[in-house]
Write a protein that binds this ligand. Sequence first.
Ligand SMILES: [Fe+2]
Length: 434
Amino acid sequence: MGCQFYDHCEGGAGTFTVAMPKYTFGRGCLAEAGPRAASHGMTKVALFTDPHLVDGPYVATVKESLKTAGLSVDVFSTVRIEPDDDTVILASKFLAEGSFDGVVSVGGGSVIDTAKAAMVYALYPAEFSDYFGAPVGAGKPVPGPVLPHLACPTTSGTGSECTSVSVIRVNSFNTKFVMGSPYLLPQEALVDPMVCDSLPSTAVASTGFDLLCHALECYTARAYTTWGKVDNPVGRTLLQGANPWSDMSARRALEIVGTYLERGVADASDNEARDNLMWGASLAGMAFGNSGTHLAHAMSYGVTHLMSDITTEGYPVASPFIPHGISVAVSAPAIFRYLASAQPDRHLDAAGFMGAQHLDAGGDEVGEVVANRIVELMRATSVPNGISAVGFGASDVKAMAASSIRQKRAIENAPRIANLTDMESIYTDALSYW
Ligand SMILES: [Fe+2]
């Protein structure tokens, strides 16, 4: 384990970088928002949240703390789940017109990602696609720092509080793309597991599979040494491939999923399970924020791009809508069955961390071991049985592959590079599992 980092490649990166926000975890820490925001020089705060949270207790706690610390607060709550460029443009206008000196986000990945992207366009106006990578965008780097950002996640999956990426639906392409820049990393994160007490089991399952795939993709990503040398050390992407830091946090996140996912979904009063899932989500965020995800996330975007008329129980969102974690989970067993042969040892290790059986498997059998453990967890947490269970059939496979093939950087971070034909086969294999 880990020895891949010592096989140095000609022209490959010889170093890796770890970037983290200042990080606080624990019940009640949302009440610390005020003094912590003030410590970053904030006096006038833009508080980002969504319409379902804005009148609830977590936003109230944060607002109260900010005001008690003497900060003024304006709220932006028109963030939609799965934010798009319209949401970000609206949010960037709110920021640009408000003379704010800091941002506090309270919400899931949609809220935190909207806050990150909105700061970029408020401070560095540009064509929307400019800061996205090819082929959707011009691949321009974010020019400089954004506002200080205190991120407070309210779900146990996104990990966005620990990452330098923002995932936004670009309407003209009708699919999601990733904006990444070291400048997008929040300065500070407040992770209060109390927010999980009221999460419905469907949300815990969906976000739990997001966390599972973040960790599993990081652990099996290409080694950082196989990416090219870094020309600009300050602007280097943190999506740099697997490294000892991402291995460490991904491994523990996978162990947490294996031990606590079923319990956390089944019982909202199981604090041990839900608190651990919240911690695991951050660990997986620390991993993927410093290594990058790969094929499971790339192929989730084909699922959400082409989703048909589907509503998802437990989410107050108009159809069509598939929660991010479900869009990743439905293809995951087929994807890891395909990838495992490229790095069987790492896949077997990862399966073991998740509590899989048959760890004496060799070569060609490893993909089955990983896939079977993911399927076991899907069945135990009532996650849809493959892409057919979210409205797709064999006739959709080509179009889904054609959409996902555009996620260039993520595809190249996988241990095996999938082409269009491979993706079509994987989606076919992902139609159903049981
Ligand atoms: Fe994700």
